[in-house]
Write a protein that binds this ligand. Sequence first.
Ligand code: PMP
Length: 361
Amino acid sequence: MSNSYRPEQIIRPEILALSAYHVPSATGMIKLDAMENPYPLSPELRDEIAQLTANAPVNRYPDSSAVLLKGKLRQTLAISDDIDILLGNGSDEIIQIIAMAVAKPGAVLISVEPSFVMFRMIATFANIQYVGVPLKQDFSLDLETMLTAIAKYKPAVIFLAYPNNPTGNLFDYAAILSIIQATSGIVVIDEAYQAFADASFINEINHHPNLLLMRTLSKSGLAGLRLGLLLGRSEWLTQLEKMRLPYNIGIMTQIIAEKVLHHTVVLSEQAEAIKLERAKMSAFLATIENIKVYPSKANFILFRIHAATQIFLALKQQKILIKNLDGTHPLLENCLRVTIGTPDENAQFCSILQAILSKTV
Ligand code: PMP
């Protein structure tokens, strides 16, 4: 007798109901959709890396504790000895580790909406309840509603992206401190875009026993390496560390990230260049009638435009790939998000957008 295997009888219904995270193909496109740093590493640095990686003992597992890399990160970020570091295969993996660690029956994860979609998706993967508290119409934090949700759901963990994705703004600092104080759960401040923000909660870790801070190297130039980090007090990180898979950071990532961290001046210069381009692109978008540009502290800009999906598709046809957010959340109706690229890429985006608009008017 043959068994008939039916995924719908075995896989959890909430997973069956999910749509996979969609990554569009960008072959041959000007890629302004994923908040990458558009600048490659210098040829000299690439040569040095080629030497190092050619001699890497890939027949062996990587250093499970990533001692050298962690030491370099500690030095680069000037982290005091009483703060621990947990490394993840991108910060996505760290969100997953945290969600799995708190996933007791009835546990709740709170974030705001719209925000980074993986907070909700990973809550579902980990089988915990997700509550998304809507932002205000101007994308600022609705403190009152957050405090009500905290009292009602007693969340195990709250994730707040600072700056927020996809809106680009920084939430009010004092409002975040009130949230940290109001909850008896963990608050994770996700500083994925810190390189462009001139703001951080890093100095608050020592003042709040329930505060964890997450960073990533993805946005500042090393998206391909997949390296995220969590900073926090050892009482939390000792527990979370137990759930990290033994060899989650590959040898190439360890070698290359450690090497590049000797050149953070170059990465900071690139971040400054991106900030200048951000100002130029914002100013350009603001000159266009019918576009509402939202202020950004990240390496992307959110804007609202009539017939956004049509504009998105017309840009795509002209080989410009940005992110269409129309239809993803009621507050994002007719919204598009463009990542800041090189000056040349940004100029092409602006002129093609202008040409499309002059035809559709
Ligand atoms: N947090 C936020 C707010 C993000 O926007 C992103 C990437 N889009 C991530 C975390 C994940 O970054 P990574 O996994 O590349 O470190």
